[in-house]
Structure formats: structure tokens, C-alpha cells
Design a protein around this ligand. Structure first.
Ligand SMILES: NC(=O)C1=CN([C@@H]2O[C@H](COP(=O)(O)OP(=O)(O)OC[C@H]3O[C@@H](n4cnc5c(N)ncnc54)[C@H](O)[C@@H]3O)[C@@H](O)[C@H]2O)C=CC1
Ligand SMILES: O=C(O)C(=O)Cc1ccc(O)cc1
Length: 359
């Protein structure tokens, strides 16, 4: 596969992010050198094909630091010092604090350009790594005044080689943005999931797509998130306070639904949600609204493959697909997301072929 980076690339921190970057670059033929404070972690990443163990005398052109946020600045500073010819980037989920710490440490930030891939998983460590993790995902480059343009282009090359989309920003802008799209959603998901902890089993048996969507990221690693939230607390608090006010007025309205204006307060909250969700970019970064078709499939081998093949034969492009199983039921419901124009032809084609379209 072709690549822009000449390499070698040194990766420090071979957990989920470091291993994923190593796998992606190695698959494209870039030489990758791996280093982790944990000998087990670096050997594991090497065993999975993310690169080879770093050796004395290595001369990387680019270093990617993928360690927890609270040690990021210290590790970046040590790398800048140990490799005076290399450009160093990091992938920490917060950007202003590491840059400020580097400046305090007196590091040579003319060779440092922080970045942040907006891609991840709920699990950490090399075992969860994937070379395709970044494909099609935004990857922020948090620019600052002291980096030279020429040096910074290596970080662009890294992002493009991994199939991601570079987005230029500043550390401050980045941190405000991720408070809204990542840090507060994490907390909302955790708070909702915490409600499930002592819910009766009978209630959990009824769980469907809605509660699963809202709680997916609640499985994330608390040790990582306490660091992320700690380093971006002011921006997160600003969002949470606004949400706290919305929640208080919603609770008051529901608690006195017959009072004048209460139903309107509830309706306004729901409508504001409609407006917000419609603003999220869809596949390919468009704002197209998608439609969904639900098809019932029997719990037998080959059913899903047959359904997908039939959709392909109907010449319909799938935007997304997911399966829901009702506990104890002998069938599942496949939810297919398509562009609105494809809805009618798909519906007709599936019914003609004997599929039970349920919605
Ligand atoms: N987990 C996610 O979904 C995402 C995480 N990030 C950022 O990526 C960075 C890494 O996160 P993960 O890969 O998820 O964590 P991880 O826990 O899977 O891996 C971190 C690795 O860093 C190593 N490490 C810790 N201190 C070190 C040191 N002083 N020197 C060398 N190695 C050291 C650990 O042994 C571990 O192998 C974090 O800064 C996080 O904010 C960014 C985007 C997504
Ligand atoms: O799983 C998701 O939807 C995520 O958003 C994962 C994620 C977690 C932490 C980051 O800094 C960036 C992305």
C-alpha cells in the first residue's frame, strides 16, 4: 500500500491508540518502532504486528506519544530531548494542558505539534487495537505559533496515511469542542448507565436500542476519563451547568404537568433535541437525513447474509445496519439505514422477496 511518511515512526505508549497507529502504518509499509513503560505492553503490540521493539541507535523522523493524558507532557519532553531531529506529536484527548506543561518544562515546542484522533473504543490496551480505527474519522491538529509549517506537515502525512481526515484547530478551540461532542456525552452516558445498576432484572430484559445507544460509552475506562475530565474541567462544567438548568426546568414541568406552560416546556426540550441531533454530520460528513427500514429475520444461519445480498441485488446502498435481539425470541430485527430516495424501492423489493418488513 502507498504511504506519504518516509518513516521510521516511533510510537511511545503501545495501548489501544499506539497499537492501532502501529498496525495501520505497518500495514502500509512504514517502519514502526515501539516503546512502552510496560515491557508486556510493547511486546504484545509487536506480537500483533504493530511494529518492532525500539532499539538504541534508532533515528525516527516522527514520534507519536500515545500515553495517558497526565504523563503526556513529560513523555513528549523526554522524546524531544532524546531525538533532536524528530518531530513529536501526541494523541491525548485534551490539548491545552499538555502544551502549557511543555512550555513550563522548557521543551523545544518548535518540533511539537499536538493532535487528537476522534476515534476510539471503550476498551484500552493492545488487544483492542485495530489498524482501521481511524479510517474516515476526524483527526484534530492543534496548531500553535512556535511550530514551523514544514515540520508540521509530517503530522498531516501521518493522519492521511491512516485514512483519517485532518482538521486544523487550536488547543483551546479543540478543548471547547470536545467538551460538547465527547466529554459531556461520556458523563451523560455514565449517569444514565448508573441508573441501570440497581434496576430490576425485569426492566433490563426490556432494554432495546435506545438505552443501548445512550449508554454505549459508559463502559469506558474510568482511570483514563478522570484524567481527561480533569484536564478540561472548565469547558465541561460550562456545558454541565447549562444542562443542569435544562434538567431542573424539565423536572419541574413534569412534576406539575397541568400547570400553565408545563407541557410546552417538555415539548420545547424534545424539539431542541430534534434540532441538535439533525445538526450532527452523517456519513461522508453530509447533513443528509437518513431513513430506516426494519426487517424481521429468523434466528437461523445465513439469514443475515441472504438479506444483505438481497439489498445489494436491489441496487440499494446501505448507509448503516444493526441487529436487535429480543431476549428469548427466536428472531431478530435488522435495522437498515438508507437515503430517503432508496426507501420505497427497497421496501418493495424486500416484500417481493418474502421478507417481513416491520416498519
Ligand atoms: N481510548 C480512546 O478511545 C482514545 C484515547 N485517546 C488518547 O490516547 C492516549 C492513550 O490512550 P489509550 O491508548 O486508550 O490508553 P491505553 O491504556 O490503552 O494505553 C496507554 C499505554 O501507555 C503506557 N504508558 C503509560 N505511561 C507511560 C510512560 N510514562 N511511558 C511510556 N508508556 C507509558 C501504558 O503502559 C499503556 O500501554 C490517551 O492520552 C488518550 O487520551 C485519544 C482518542 C481516543
Ligand atoms: O466511541 C466513541 O464514540 C468515542 O467518541 C471514543 C473516543 C474516546 C475518547 C476520545 O478522546 C476520542 C474518541
Amino acid at each position: 500500500m502507498t504511504h506519504r511518511l518516509r518513516g521510521p515512526v516511533r510510537i511511545v505508549g503501545t495501548g489501544l491508540l499506539g497499537t492501532s497507529i502501529g498496525l495501520g502504518l505497518s500495514a502500509r509499509g512504514v517502519e514502526v518502532q515501539l516503546r512502552d513503560a510496560s515491557p508486556t505492553a510493547e511486546r504484545l503490540a509487536a506480537d500483533f504486528g504493530a511494529g518492532r521493539l525500539a532499539r538504541p541507535g534508532d533515528r525516527p523522523e516522527l514520534i507519536v506519544v500515545a500515553v495517558p493524558p497526565d504523563v503526556t507532557a513529560r513523555v513528549v519532553a523526554a522524546e524531544l530531548e532524546a531525538f533532536p531531529d524528530a518531530v513529536v506529536t501526541d494523541v491525548a484527548s485534551v490539548k491545552a494542558v499538555p502544551l502549557a506543561e511543555l512550555r513550563e518544562l522548557g521543551a523545544d515546542v518548535s518540533r511539537y505539534l499536538g493532535s487528537h484522533p476522534m476515534a476510539g473504543r471503550e476498551r484500552s490496551g493492545a488487544l483492542a487495537g485495530s489498524g482501521d480505527l481511524f479510517v474516515g474519522r476526524p483527526w484534530v491538529i492543534a496548531g500553535h505559533d512556535d511550530i514551523s509549517y514544514e515540520r508540521g506537515s509530517l503530522v498531516d502525512d501521518l493522519i492521511l496515511d491512516l485514512g483519517a481526515v485532518p482538521i486544523e484547530s487550536t488547543p483551546e478551540e479543540h478543548d471547547r469542542a470536545v467538551a460538547i461532542v465527547s466529554h459531556v456525552p461520556q458523563l451523560v452516558s455514565s449517569l444514565m448507565a448508573a441508573r441501570l445498576a440497581d434496576a430490576p432484572d425485569e426492566a433490563l430484559r426490556l432494554a432495546g436500542g435506545g438505552v443501548r445507544d445512550v449508554t454505549r460509552v459508559a463502559a469506558s475506562d474510568p482511570a483514563l476519563w478522570i484524567q481527561i475530565l480533569g484536564a478540561n474541567a472548565p469547558a465541561v462544567v460550562e456545558q454541565l451547568r447549562a444542562m443542569q438548568a435544562d434538567l431542573a426546568s424539565l423536572v419541574d414541568a413534569l412534576d406539575a404537568l397541568d400547570a400553565s406552560g408545563s407541557r410546552r416546556t417538555v415539548a420545547d426540550a424534545l424539539r431542541a433535541g430534534n434540532e441538535g441531533v439533525a445538526r450532527l454530520p452523517g456519513k461522508h460528513g453530509t447533513h443528509a437525513r437518513f431513513t430506516r427500514v426494519q426487517v424481521r429475520i429468523d434466528d437461523r444461519p445465513g439469514q443475515l447474509a441472504r438479506l444483505l445480498a438481497d439489498i445489494g441485488d436491489a441496487d440499494v446502498n446501505l448507509e448503516d445496519v444493526r441487529i436487535e435481539h429480543a431476549e428469548g425470541a427466536q428472531f431478530g430485527v435488522v435495522e437498515i439505514t438508507v437515503l430517503p430516495d432508496a426507501l420505497q424501492p427497497l421496501h418493495e423489493a424486500l416484500e417481493q422477496l418474502g421478507w417481513q418488513v416491520v416498519a
